[in-house]
Design a protein around this ligand. Structure first.
Ligand SMILES: OC[C@H]1O[C@H](O[C@H]2O[C@H](CO)[C@@H](O)[C@H](O)[C@H]2O)[C@H](O)[C@@H](O)[C@@H]1O
Length: 597
């Protein structure tokens, strides 16, 4: 019987320009080439094998119906090299999957190593460019197998024979102990010359060294180091090296409700997600990424702040028009599958606070404002000071009517507050006095309009009865001190009203079959970032033991490779949403740091 894989059955490999999802049956079911946001050449994740997959597994493993899974898998050391061990009746075999961080050709390398005995193996690659929609022209050129479709060519090189049948490139081979067989899949434009084939072993050594060098820079030395380093690697893997942009997640349309339509494309750079990710990287010693992202920001946001978008393509593209891919059946039937993201046109006032907070943190970590950053910073604040009283779509990118979201206003306060701090320190040429007045005005309005004195809690928006987990950030950003009774009341109210029985936290209430504040029908899982925010809220309000217990419970939700999706279904006990999600890993790192201090 065909097994439908859970999201957590996937591992991630990547080269900091794109990435691939490797299922625990040895199948790569998602790969976009040459960039994160390019069309997928393997889209089986959102459909079936016929939408593109590449499986390498023992021939005896039930690989044809996907039912056999690896006996053990892990990343090799602190790297993104995935190591899978298969134990079969005739012998053991190890498969190493990785993508060398590159200057040139994107490559997926898979090395099959015989560990003991003899194992009959099968490699079956079905390339389906255009998100599983195109049957490529597969042919042999000089002993190499190439799949061409339009502008793209995929070259598959190996030392064992390859045959093509019905659109599948198959190699059946045996490995004996001590022997290895490598496969190299390279992408290049179809008009270009055939790519060189690297030495797989040398590429492995270089890839391991790349990750090793990068992770040794981590300054976090607390009790959760293993989880923190793994999350840092996940974040680095979501960074687009050439531009410094960071994707929110490398997938599209993994559902927030199985079978539902809350399916979004996250392969873009959100100012919010990237800023908060950067804050986690800065807090663990990574300044180079902050510098690269600041350059990305200057380019993307350049010009009139009126034209500011809340998200861009990974090299600053503005046109992210949302559309549906009707030929893809979706993950477990969750349709529509979308590419592009309509949220790009929204007004989200919180992004000013998140961006300016990151510029401020970068400055504090020694990445001083350059002249261009100072100009950008000034323009952002001037723009915000004209618009902060407007309703917006807020942090959750609601698709319902705009509101005066409390979190948006709190983040407007953060933008002004950090600007004042920099101006007072002489790091920014702005007069602090009018800003101090503006900061007080925002603070006063939030505390008057966005607080419910009867329930002793901040609310989701002005005058609303709903709660919102984003208000857990109020003490973290310094809007009010942690011991303020309104903060304690908010942490308690969110915990009481938005928690699942396991203590995880939902973003805000949804309404099942009725349309809720977000303009969408259907429910969703617990939001992992919000659950980490509750850890922080508990810790800051002095409930350290409860904070630690919740944090350790959250660590237990990671998959066997330490990866987290956006959400978690507390009933089905499975991960939900795009995977891995930068937000979740950023939240994990920030909570680990807070618990250490
Ligand atoms: O909930 C509806 C919205 O869901 C997505 O937004 C979420 O993901 C973003 C990227 O991580 C994040 O910045 C945001 O805070 C989340 O709510 C989707 O991108 C939106 O189009 C959709 O309206």
């Amino acid at each position: 019987m065909k097994q439908l894989p859970r999201i957590e059955q996937y591992g991630l490999i990547g080269d900091t320009q794109t990435s691939a999802h490797v299922r625990d049956n040895g199948s790569i079911d998602w790969l976009c080439l040459p960039r994160f946001d390019s069309p997928a050449v393997f889209a089986g994740l959102l459909g079936t094998q016929k939408h593109g997959t590449w499986q390498i597994a023992p021939a005896s493993s039930g690989s044809r119906d996907g039912s056999g899974t690896v006996d053990e898998r892990r990343y090799r050391g602190d790297s993104l090299v995935l190591e899978s061990l298969w134990r079969t009746p005739t012998g053991w075999v190890r498969v190493l999957d990785f993508m060398p961080p590159r200057d040139g050709t994107p490559q997926v390398i898979r090395i099959v190593e015989g560990v003991s005995g003899v194992v009959e193996m099968l490699s079956a690659m079905r390339p389906k460019p255009g998100y599983g929609s195109v049957n490529p022209w597969i042919h042999e050129v000089g002993g190499r197998m190439v799949s061409e479709a339009g502008a793209d060519a995929l070259w598959l090189d190996t030392c064992v024979p390859q045959v093509e049948k019905d659109g599948v490139v198959v190699s059946a081979f045996a490995v004996v102990a001590g022997q290895s067989v490598a496969f190299v899949l390279s992408w290049c434009p179809s008009h270009a010359a055939a790519p060189d084939v690297p030495d797989p072993e040398a590429a492995l050594t270089e890839t391991l060294a790349f990750w090793q060098d990068w992770t040794t820079e981590c300054t976090y030395e607390g009790p959760y180091r293993e989880a923190v380093v793994r999350s840092l690697i996940a974040l680095k893997a979501m960074t687009y090296g050439p531009s410094g942009g960071i994707v929110a997640a490398p997938t599209t349309s993994l559902p927030e409700l199985i079978g539902g339509d809350r399916n979004w494309d996250y392969r873009f750079t959100w100012l919010r997600d990237a800023s908060t990710t950067l804050a986690a990287l800065l807090g663990t010693g990574y300044r180079q990424e902050a510098q690269a992202w600041r350059r990305w920001l200057l380019r993307a946001v350049a010009g009139d702040p009126e034209n500011l978008q809340i998200m861009y393509g990974i090299t600053g593209e503005r046109d992210l028009r949302e559309r549906e891919l009707p030929w893809l059946p979706g993950y477990e039937g969750s349709t529509p599958v979308r590419i592009g993201n309509g949220a790009a046109d929204q007004l989200q006032l919180d992004v000013y606070g998140e961006v300016i907070e990151t510029l401020y943190l970068a400055h504090q970590s020694g990445v001083a404002h350059c002249a261009d950053t100072a100009v950008l910073h000034r323009r952002l604040v001037e723009h915000l000071s004209r618009r902060w009283r407007e309703p917006d779509e807020g942090i959750w990118e609601i698709r319902g009517a705009r509101r005066h979201f409390v979190h948006s206003k709190v983040m407007a306060w953060v933008a002004v507050d950090r600007t004042i701090r920099l101006a007072e320190a002489g790091a920014l040429d702005m007069a602090p006095a009018p800003l101090v007045e503006l900061r007080s005005a925002i603070h006063h309005e939030v505390c008057t309009e966005g607080f419910d004195p009867v329930r002793n809690t901040f609310t989701q928006s002005y005058g609303s009865q709903e709660l919102d987990a984003a208000t857990l950030l109020i003490p973290r950003v310094g809007f009010l001190p942690p011991d303020d009774p309104r903060v304690v009341g908010t942490v308690d109210a969110v915990r009481r009203e938005l928690s699942t029985p396991d203590g995880l936290v939902r973003r805000y209430p949804t309404r099942g079959n009725r349309t809720g504040v977000d303009g969408l029908k259907g429910d969703e899982g617990a939001f992992l970032l919000c659950s980490f925010w509750l850890v922080d809220g508990l810790a800051l309000t002095g409930r350290i033991d409860e904070a630690r217990a919740l944090f350790e419970g959250l660590l237990g939700l990671r998959n066997d490779l330490g990866l987290l999706a956006e959400e978690y279904d507390p009933v089905q006990r499975r991960q939900l949403g795009n995977f891995p999600q930068a937000f979740s890993h950023m939240g994990l790192i920030e909570s680990a740091r807070l618990l250490q201090s």
